[in-house]
Design a protein around this ligand. Structure first.
Ligand code: AMP
Ligand code: ZN
Length: 476
C-alpha cells in the first residue's frame, strides 16, 4: 500500500507523492515564545516528530524547517510587562522550548529561523511590496498594510468557507475600521506606542510584521516557492494557514503546499488545553509529578493525530505500564538472544514464533496516515504472543535476535526505549535488601523495604525475571 495522508486542503486521504523523488521539504509552525509551551503544543510537535521519523524510515530525505515566532502582540506585551528587551524576554522561552523538546526526544529540525532575523524581515518586506504591486494588498489610513482577501480567489479553500460567511460574523475591533473588508489581515503593523522600541523600517513607515507573513517569508526563504508538507495544529488552519497560502501564492503564483497535515487538539476535561483557558500543564509540570519525558512522549503519541486526545493522569499511568511491558519484553528477549532460552529444564523445542517480515504491519499501519494506534496494537499483540512463547520455552535465540533487530528498526521511529537509569546508592541498597528478603520469604520485611523505596520516589515491581525498580509517579 502506498504512503498516504489526509490532506486538509482536499479533506481526503491522498497518496503521498513527493515533488522530487525521495527528497521532501517540510515546514512546521513553531512556538510563539512569550511563555513556556504547554503539552498541548507539544502534542503537535510529537506528531510532527513521528511524521518525520516515519518518512525517514521509509527512505525519504527530509529537510525540515520550524520557525520561532519571536515577535507578535503577545511577545511585545510580555516583554513590556517584564520590563526587559524583547530579545531577552523571548530567549528564555526559546531555551525552555529546546529543553522540553529534548526531554520528549523530539528530533531537531534542520533549521529554526526566527522572525526577528533581519534576513527574514527583508524577505517579508519584499513579499509585502510584491503583494501591493499586484493589487493584493494596500496601506490603510492607519498606516498598516493589509491583505485584500477579495482579490485572492482561493481565499477560504483550506478552511472550506466562503467570504460572505466571514463578513457576517466576528466582532469588529475599533482599530479595524480602516480595513476594506473585515477579513483583511495585517501584513505590516504600523508602529504605535505600545510597541516601545520594537520596530523596523519599511517603505510604509516603521512598524513590525504580522504573524502570518512571518511564516510565508521564512518558509519560502528556506524551502523555496513550493513545499511538500506543511503541518500545525487544527487551530492554525484559519486564519494562519489560509493567510500563508494567500500571501505565498499571491507572490509566486505557484501552489505553495501540496499536503496540509493538521493534528487535533490535546484536551483537558473535554476542553482544548490552552494558555488562555489556564488549563494547561508544561513539560516540567509533568516531570515534577514523577513522570519521565519518554512516558509523556508515549502518552502524547499513542493516539492517532487526527483524533482529539484527553490528557489525564490515568493516561500517564497507562503510558508507564505500556512502556514497562516493552521494557520487560526487551529484557527477556535480550536474555534469550544472548544466553538461549532461560528454562532449560523443559524440553527444548524449535521456535513457534514467526519472524517479522521485511515490511511489517507496524510500518504499514504508519503508511496509512500515521495510524499509530494500529501500529502499537501490532507491537503489543506481538509482545503478548512472544511472552507466551517464552513462557513455554518456545523461542530460540536466533528468532529472538531477529525480533530485537525489528525492535531497533521500529524504535528508530518510536524512540520509546528506556535510558538505563542509574539508581541512587541508597535505592540500590534497599532494592538489594528487598530482593534478599523475598528470597528468604520474609515478606513483612520485603513490604517494609518497598515502603521505604516508595518514600524515596521509587517503585519495586516483582516480575517473572525478578524485581524491577522504576521511578514512581507522584500523582496519587
Ligand atoms: P502557538 O505557540 O500557540 O502558535 O502554538 C504552537 C503549535 O501548537 C501550533 O501548531 C498549534 O496549533 C499547536 N497547539 C496549540 N494548542 C494545542 C493543543 N491544545 N493541542 C494540540 N496542539 C496545540
Ligand atoms: Zn506558521
Amino acid at each position: 500500500m502506498p504512503l498516504r495522508f489526509f490532506n486538509t486542503y482536499s479533506r481526503e486521504p491522498e497518496e503521498f507523492k513527493p515533488r522530487e523523488n525521495k527528497k521532501i521539504d517540510i515546514y512546521t509552525c513553531g512556538p510563539t515564545v512569550y511563555s513556556r509551551a504547554h503539552i498541548g503544543n507539544f502534542r503537535a510537535y510529537v506528531f510532527e516528530d513521528l511524521l518525520v521519523r516515519h518518512l525517514e524510515a521509509r527512505g525519504f530525505k527530509v529537510h525540515r524547517v520550524m520557525n520561532i515566532t519571536d515577535v507578535d502582540d503577545k511577545t511585545i506585551r510580555g516583554a513590556d510587562e517584564a520590563k526587559v528587551p524583547l530579545q531577552k524576554f523571548t530567549q528564555q522561552f526559546k531555551d525552555a522550548f529546546f529543553e522540553d523538546a529534548d526531554k520528549l526526544r523530539i528530533k531537531r529540525a534542520d533549521e529554526y529561523p526566527a522572525a526577528t532575523d533581519q534576513r527574514y524581515i527583508d524577505k517579508m518586506v519584499a513579499m509585502i511590496s510584491a503583494l501591493i504591486s499586484k493589487g493584493l494588498a494596500y496601506q490603510a489610513d492607519d498606516k498598516s498594510v493589509y491583505y485584500r482577501i477579495k482579490k485572492f480567489p482561493n481565499y477560504g479553500k483550506l478552511a472550506h468557507f466562503n467570504l460572505d460567511e466571514l463578513q457576517s460574523t466576528g466582532r469588529v475591533k475599533h482599530d479595524e475600521y480602516d480595513k476594506e473588508h473585515i477579513g483583511d489581515f495585517a501584513l505590516w503593523k504600523a508602529w504605535d506606542e505600545d510597541d516601545g522600541d520594537v520596530k523596523w523600517d519599511s517603505p510604509w513607515g516603521s512598524g513590525r510584521p504580522g504573524w502570518h507573513i512571518e511564516c510565508s517569508a521564512m518558509a519560502t526563504a528556506l524551502l523555496g516557492d513550493q513545499i511538500d508538507i506543511h503541518c500545525g495544529g487544527v487551530d492554525n488552519i484559519f486564519p494562519h494557514h489560509e493567510a500563508e497560502i494567500a500571501q505565498s501564492e499571491g507572490v509566486t503564483g505557484k501552489k505553495f503546499v501540496n499536503y496540509w497535515l493538521h493534528c487535533a487538539h490535546l484536551l483537558v476535561d473535554g476542553q482544548k488545553m490552552a494558555k488562555s483557558l489556564g488549563n494547561f500543564y508544561t513539560v516540567p509540570d509533568v516531570l515534577e509529578k514523577g513522570y519521565t519525558g519518554r512516558e509523556l512522549r508515549y502518552a502524547l503519541m499513542r493516539v492517532n493525530y487526527r483524533t482529539q486526545l484527553n490528557f489525564t493522569w490515568d493516561g500517564m499511568k497507562e503510558a508507564r505500564e505500556s512502556l514497562g511491558r516493552i521494557d520487560d519484553w526487551l529484557e527477556r528477549l535480550r536474555g534469550i538472544a544472548e544466553n538461549g532460552p532461560s528454562r532449560t529444564g523443559g524440553k527444548r523445542s524449535t521456535s513457534h514464533v514467526q519472524r517479522p517480515t521485511e515490511d511489517s504491519e507496524f510500518e504499514k499501519a504508519l503508511d496509512d496516515d500515521l495510524n499509530i494506534s494500529a501500529a502499537l496494537g501490532f507491537l503489543f499483540e506481538t509482545i503478548r504472543e512472544m511472552n507466551r512463547a517464552m513462557d513455554e520455552n518456545k523461542l530460540d535465540p536466533t528468532t529472538a535476535s531477529v525480533w530485537l533487530n525489528w525492535w531497533n528498526r521500529i524504535n528508530g521511529t518510536l524512540d520509546f526505549e528506556s535510558d538505563d537509569i542509574e539508581l541512587p546508592e541508597e535505592v540500590k541498597k534497599l532494592a538489594e535488601a528487598r530482593a534478599q528478603a523475598r528470597l528468604a520469604k520474609d515478606f513483612r520485611k520485603s513490604d517494609e523495604l518497598r515502603d521505604k523505596l516508595i518514600a524515596l520516589g521509587w517503585e519495586a515491581r516483582d516480575t517473572k525475571d525478578g524485581q524491577k525498580i522504576t521511578r514512581r509517579a507522584g500523582a496519587k
